[in-house]
Design a protein around this ligand. Structure first.
Ligand SMILES: [Zn+2]
Ligand SMILES: [Zn+2]
Length: 257
């Protein structure tokens, strides 16, 4: 079982999960061509995808969706409300338009959607269960909620947002309204919030965590890893949680232990 973060951040998100002989992509926020290339580089063909799951309608999660789904005829799952606001819906073959309300089974992979606090119509994260492993993706959330804590509990591997450093955001180039949006309850998690969340949830003996959706303006992979790592060390749990940084345009791969 492998997780390949093909792209991550405000410039586009696409995360590939290979679970046994299942291939599932969460979000297609960079061009179809980039996703195809990224998949080829780790030994897969886009045509072999069993499904694309879409978390929400923001452009950095759907930019390549229409072309990718149409070109390879891949079923696309998202919330009914999200389908309503996706302009590309009409261009995706009707047979590929699938709704996910709560849960769905795709070739032996059990998938659950859970709500995220974010400024989209019905944003979700996903839990994927395969054999005895649980992997979870939670990016684009402004605060820590009970459903989020519940969804992340006992995950073997996690793709978790660690969007910004609050000081870099405050002193950075973004306009005031955007700064407010990012740090708001429906914006994005800071490095500190991501760390706090990790210390609060029940975990297996080892939890692998890919720090994702890092801001290019208000964070760096190194700072995210160091900040989260320090907070985990202060709580004495740094050995139980293995951190992996991700990058906007290079693939980060992890074999789920
Ligand atoms: Zn978003
Ligand atoms: Zn996003």
């Amino acid at each position: 079982m492998h997780i390949h973060v093909l792209a991550s951040g405000s410039t586009g998100n696409a995360v590939l999960f290979s679970l046994g002989d299942n291939l599932i992509l969460i979000d297609a926020g960079v061009s179809a061509r980039r996703i195809e290339r990224g998949m080829a580089a780790v030994g897969y063909r886009a045509g072999d995808l069993n499904a694309i799951l879409v978390t929400h309608e923001h452009q950095d999660h759907i930019a390549g969706l229409e072309v990718l789904a149409r070109r390879h005829c891949i079923p696309v799952y998202t919330r009914p409300k999200t389908w309503k606001v996706l302009a590309c819906r009409d261009k995706i073959p009707p047979a590929c338009v699938k709704e996910i309300d709560g849960e769905v089974n795709i070739k032996g992979v059990h998938i659950e959607a859970f709500p995220l606090p974010h400024d989209a119509v019905d944003p979700v994260g996903f839990c994927l269960y395969h054999r005895n492993k649980k992997v979870v993706l939670a990016t684009d959330l402004g605060t820590i909620t009970e459903p989020v804590e519940g969804a992340l509990a006992m995950a073997d591997a996690l793709v978790l947002e660690s969007n910004h450093d609050p000081e870099m955001l405050a002193n950075g180039p973004y306009p005031a309204f955007l700064k407010k949006r990012i740090k708001g309850a429906y914006g994005h998690l800071s490095n500190q919030q991501a760390a706090l969340l990790l210390t609060r949830i029940p975990r297996p003996p080892v939890m692998q965590v890919l720090l994702a959706h890092l801001s290019q303006q208000n964070n760096t992979p190194r700072l995210a890893r160091e900040t989260v790592g320090e907070i985990l060390a202060n709580k004495g749990v740094e050995r139980e949680i293995k951190l992996y940084p991700t990058h906007p345009d290079t693939t980060s791969s992890v074999a789920v232990l």
